[in-house]
Design a protein around this ligand. Sequence first.
Ligand code: MG
Ligand code: ZN
Length: 381
Amino acid sequence: MLGFTLLIVLFNLNCFAQEQYKENKKITAIEEYKGGIFYPVQHYDQVDTKKGPKNIILFIGDGMGLAHIYASMTANGGSLFLQNFVHCGFSKTYSSSDYITDSGAGGTALACGVKTYNGAIGVGPDKNPVKNIREMAEKKGLKTGLVSTSAINHATPASFMAHQASRSNYDEIAAEFLKSNIDVFIGGGVRFFENRKDGRNLSKELRDKGYQVLYKMEDIKKVNSGKLAGLTAEEHNAPMPERGEMLVPATETAISLLSQGKKGFFLMVEGSEIDFLTHNNQAPGVIRETLDMDRAVGAALAFAAKNKETLIIVTADHETGGMTINEGNNKTGDITAKFTSPEHTGVCVPVFAFGPGADQFGGFMENTEIAKKMMKLLKVN
Ligand code: MG
Ligand code: ZN
């Protein structure tokens, strides 16, 4: 009987999955960007790629494959800030345990330079801690920061902070922020700092350590010196457009604080919810999230083009959705996208680089090589 019930459940799940394949949603940028419609994309001159960078800004579009990017480019009338990146390669995303990675192993590969098992945060296959690039930079006296639209202790940013056998150790990951000397972090996750199993109030502890702990973007973006913890949602921030301007001002605020250091900085910025919306196979949401991250990349480019000592890398931890494009129009921004899966896929993801050291990110590379190259270029390993 149990077996029969299970069979029925599986059959229904399968039907549901089949239905998702059939969904064929269409978005119109004109409807979604009322007033502005398409945002303007500036051109930035390339800077010398031969000398090493003083600063690195790493953007991770969680789940962002080439179709996510090109659909968004079409939705914005055929252009993105990403087009300023002329040095491009491909990252192989498989983990030590699975051909198809999760964001824990994917984040750990990009942060620590090791392939590990799915679900791991900053530990190797043996569950021993592995140093990440942010910790290395901090130790060398560089300023460091993390920005994400998800909870700041979610798998991707957690990989640049914590060492946990499981990505679901959320309270433990949040507590590791107190052990670090990070200069800026902005993301969701208030409840993991203030409503914890162990009764600790990490926000109070952060204030005692000298951090400005703020909850609203309007307050966060006014901060112009000192250490900053921005916690803008109980857990994850709302998806676009409900979230409003969060990722762009968070990126700008982090850059303005981190660039005050003499020795340079490392900043990771995550467009977390590209993945969330792709799991739901919602093309309009996927595009809105990808465009939001592209505008944050634009903010980083504006700084890097002037600063000339900053390497920007834009990549993904894996592709989600097996997304493809069946129809598009560069004039109207209309896109018809299809998905082959509600899960992550195994296809390689693009790597874009701009600035000093950018020429080292061409061709096929392991995801772990991205971390190793960054460590070497920033001279922190
Ligand atoms: Mg993520
Ligand atoms: Zn995912």
